[in-house]
Structures are given as C-alpha cells and as structure tokens.
Design a binder for this molecule. Structure first.
Ligand SMILES: C[S@@+](CC[C@H](N)C(=O)[O-])C[C@H]1O[C@@H](n2cnc3c(N)ncnc32)[C@H](O)[C@@H]1O
Length: 289
C-alpha cells in the first residue's frame, strides 16, 4: 500500500471515530432520533446516579428549594417533570416539604431503564409519584393541567426543543411555573439546533405568554429559566387526581380509564400496560375483537 492510501485510511478512521464520538457520546444520539437517545440512557441507567453524584444538599439548593418557593401556597400542587430520568426532581421535592404538603408529581421519560431506576427509589411514594413511559414531544395531557412543569438537563436531547417548550407551556395552568434548563458551555457548540443560544431561549420563552421570566446560569453547563404562564391563575386542587384521569391516549387523544394492570382508551380501545408502577404509553397494543 502506498503512503497516500495509508494517510487517507488513517484520516478516514479518525474522522469516523470523531463522528461516532460526537453522535453517541456528546449528542447522545439526538440527531439519530428519540429512540436512539432512549437506548443510550437505557444502557447507562444503572450507572447514571453514580456518574452524576447528586448530593442531597445541592439538590435541595438548586432543584427543590427554588421550585417549592415558586409554588408555595398552591394547595395539592400537580407537577410534571419532563424527561425525569432516574427521578432526580421528584426525589428532591419529596425529601423536602413537598412530602408533607400534599400534591403529586408525574415523571415522564422515554427510557424505560431510567424509569425503572426511578421507580426503585420512588416506589415508597407511590401515592405521590406516577411514572409514564412516553416521548416528550407530545405530552399526553389536556391544556392547563399542571401547576409546575419542569425539564432538567434534557431539552437538548429532544428532537425539536422550541416546539417541546411550547408543548410544556400548553399543559401548564395559568399562573403555573415553568422550570427548564438549556445547555450552554463548550459542548453546547456541538449541539446545533438542540442547545439554544441564550437569545433564542429567551425569545422562545417570550413568545409563549410567559411572565416574570428570569434566565440565569445554573450548575455547570446550563442556563435555568423560571417563568410563569400569564392569565388569571387557576392553580391547585388537582394533585390528588388519579393518574388515568389526567392522561390522554397518545394515539387518538381519548380519555383513559384504569383496569387491573393497565389503562385503556375508551375511544380507540388501545391498552397501555402498567408495570412496576410505570404506565407504558409508548408500548401499547390494540384490544382484540
Ligand atoms: C441527562 S438526563 C436528565 C434526567 C433528569 N431530568 C435529571 O436531571 O437527572 C436526560 C433524560 O432525558 C430523557 N429523554 C431524552 N430524550 C427524550 C424524549 N424525546 N422524550 C422523553 N425523554 C427523553 C432521557 O431518557 C434521560 O432520562
């Protein structure tokens, strides 16, 4: 083999390795599609908490504290945590006064592995937390259901972050709190159309009838936005509602009802199993007959 071919071979191999590293390690599969992202998180789920080393005191300071302050006074608040992962936000809230004030948290994620890890920590709070296996671009809830919608360290992995933000605002009640991070820092440059620039992030929030918008640097690689949905506040009182009454069928939008080990759609007759406390909206089957 001649030198030019050797150089070309080495350059090609390095370029391919760089592409794979970018797609799978930095972008975590987001340019390939949501299933790929979910698969990478399924793969890492058992080690995720050890890698992140969440520490109760800083979780209280950065996560639970600001959110609890923002929803203070809301009776039985209903919180939606989009891309909940291993249950970081529900756990942080339940370690604090949310544990005694009532209310419920719904955690939604597309990785079953991450949800399984979440459930091992949250099963003891099964009357306060519900987990849903579902893609975040189409939230299976009616408009204006939640007193707070959160999404931590995940917006950059969703296929269309601007539309995903609009979807989060849609399910937020007037007066409700949005608590969302956007990736910044060195690696954000390698996530075009996923990590939003600060101006685009602020512009997107401003376009959605949000008020009291603040964006500030949060933890190491994130900006955190806190905002309220405008309009006459309609908060509280939904936190004790049974989960099927909150959910909409992702297939046809029909209402869901609870059965023994599943929820089912009265309209299109799809059945969504419940396993280990997780409602499998992303894994349905059609009822026979
Ligand atoms: C870095 S983790 C963050 C988890 C959690 N919010 C936290 O702060 O620890 C990103 C999470 O986003 C979830 N995710 C990525 N893309 C998703 C999508 N399209 N729909 C729902 N969840 C998604 C992943 O499965 C993963 O659990």
């Amino acid at each position: 083999m001649t030198w030019p071919w050797v150089v070309l071979g080495v350059a090609g191999t390095l370029a391919l390795a760089g592409l794979i590293y970018w797609q799978l390690i930095i972008a975590e599969g987001t340019y390939i599609g949501p299933r790929m992202v979910a698969w990478t998180y399924d793969w890492v789920a058992r080690r995720y908490d050890a890698i992140k080393q969440f520490e109760p005191r800083s979780e209280s300071w950065y996560v639970a504290g600001p959110l609890l302050q923002a929803i203070a006074g809301v009776e039985e608040p209903l919180v939606l945590d989009v891309a909940t992962g291993t249950g970081r936000l529900p756990l942080a809230l339940l370690r604090e006064r949310f544990a005694t004030t009532g209310g419920r948290i719904v955690g939604l994620d597309l990785s079953r592995g991450m949800l399984h890890q979440a459930w091992t920590k949250l099963a003891a709070y099964d009357d306060r937390v519900s987990l849903v296996w579902q893609e975040a671009s189409h939230l299976p809830f009616d408009d204006g259901m939640f007193d707070a919608v959160t999404c931590l360290e995940s917006l950059e992995f969703l296929p269309r972050p601007v539309e995903a933000l609009a979807e989060m605002v849609r399910v937020l009640a007037p007066g409700g709190v949005l608590f969302v991070t956007n990736r910044v820092g060195r690696e954000a440059r390698f996530l075009p159309r996923r990590a939003l620039s600060r101006p685009l992030f602020e512009q997107t929030l401003a376009a959605h009838s949000l008020v009291d918008v603040t964006v500030r640097r949060w933890q190491v690689n994130y900006d955190l936005a806190m905002a309220r949905k405008g309009g006459q506040p309609r908060l509280g009182g939904r936190g004790l509602t049974d989960l099927p009454a909150l959910l909409r069928c992702p297939d046809c939008g029909g209402g869901l009802r609870r059965e023994a080990a599943s929820v089912s759609c009265g309209l299109c007759r799809r059945i969504y199993p419940i396993r280990e406390g997780i409602v499998h909206l992303a894994g349905s089957k059609k009822r026979d007959g």
